[in-house]
Design a protein around this ligand. Structure first.
Ligand code: PMV
Length: 326
């Protein structure tokens, strides 16, 4: 087969990854734990075509910029080397959500690309091997190969499924606070934090403890323990960035307003907890029975553009595999 289409869901870390153990191999310095989301999906088709002079990449219907193509071509080169292929590829990718605004589009994007490219090249790789391939392009992408709760250990080459979403049914409401792309990319942000922030060492030391607490809370289905620990993980990660030189501040006034709204919700007896990534958006975890009320209250916040209601999503999958494959 020289053509394949794959779908992967975005994931949001409850225990955050920030910082690389090894820049060259793109290995994470701290362990992370994520929830894969059903409503945020990337669909990618890869077709190897001997008639092409160069790899072509279309993102949400427009030709990609050279900068966006770089990591995609690097991944395709690796696949070509493994499959002993020389043909260039036509890659078409569409997101069901805004690209590159800190909304984990690189996670679902590189997971879908890695799965589609290996299948299109005729490589019958395990999910673990595809997870490792996507990690080399974007660490968080390694986690999007799996559905539900997923772990990526410190120094890990690939992610591991921890539990299906049905183990601990949660809702995640994504509050979009700004259109457009983020100012500092996550790779640049991590390198700057590691090099210049006096709090980076503290983050790397503390993150594994928060990870363990979060993992136990997920396995024990305890939102009362999970919630405060996931907020700590996000805030400790952002604190390490605030102290970088120059500082990295992804928060906007709306980010802070949504965090305050989440605290108000808790004050009124609704279990809701926030997390933020390399962007101004806020993702709020709650129990399914409170999801609608939380979504409405977040949408009412000044500056919130849109809310996206999510539940746990499934494994990344090949869309047009021959019968019998998945
Ligand atoms: O793998 P990257 O470069 O997309 O980095 C993701 C980092 C965070 O989203 C901020 C945290 C995480 O664990 O996903």
């Amino acid at each position: 087969m020289s053509r394949a289409t794959a779908r992967a869901h975005a994931n949001i870390a409850l225990a955050k990854y920030w910082g690389k153990l090894d820049e060259g191999q793109n290995l994470p310095a701290v362990p992370s734990l994520s929830l894969t989301l059903d409503a945020l999906v990337t669909t990618t088709t890869v077709e190897f075509d001997g008639g092409l002079a160069a790899d072509e990449l279309s993102l949400d219907g427009r030709a990609a910029k050279e900068k966006e193509k770089k990591r995609v071509v690097a991944l395709l080169d690796q696949v070509r080397a493994e499959a002993r292929l020389t043909a260039r590829a036509r890659v078409t990718s569409t997101n069901s959500f805004p690209t590159a605004a800190g909304l984990a589009s690189s996670a679902s994007g590189f997971a879908a690309l890695a799965l589609a490219a290996t299948r299109a090249a005729g490589l019958d790789w395990s999910r673990d091997a595809v997870s490792a391939l996507s990690r080399a392009a974007s660490v968080s992408a390694a986690r999007s190969l799996y559905g539900g709760f997923v772990v990526l250990p410190a120094g890990g080459k690939s992610a591991e499924p921890l539990a299906p979403g049905s183990h601990f049914p949660l809702a995640m409401i994504v509050a979009l606070t700004r259109a457009g792309e983020k100012s500092v990319g996550s790779t640049e942000g991590m390198i700057r934090t590691a090099k210049t922030s006096p709090y980076y060492a503290g983050w790397v030391e503390h993150a594994p403890r928060l990870f363990e607490r979060i993992k136990r809370a997920v396995l024990g289905r305890d939102l009362g323990v999970l919630g405060p620990a996931m907020e700590s993980s996000a805030l400790a990660m952002h604190a390490s960035m605030f102290a970088a030189d120059p500082p990295i501040v992804y928060f906007s006034p709306t980010t802070l307003a949504v965090m305050e709204r989440v605290r108000e919700l808790r004050g009124s007896g609704i279990p809701a907890y926030f997390t933020m990534d390399a962007g101004p958006h806020v993702k709020v975890v709650t129990l399914p029975e409170h999801a609608e009320e939380v979504a409405i209250r977040l949408a009412e916040c000044n500056g919130v553009l849109e809310v996206i209601r999510c539940r746990a999503g499934g494994d990344a999958s090949v869309a047009d595999a021959p019968a019998g494959e998945s």
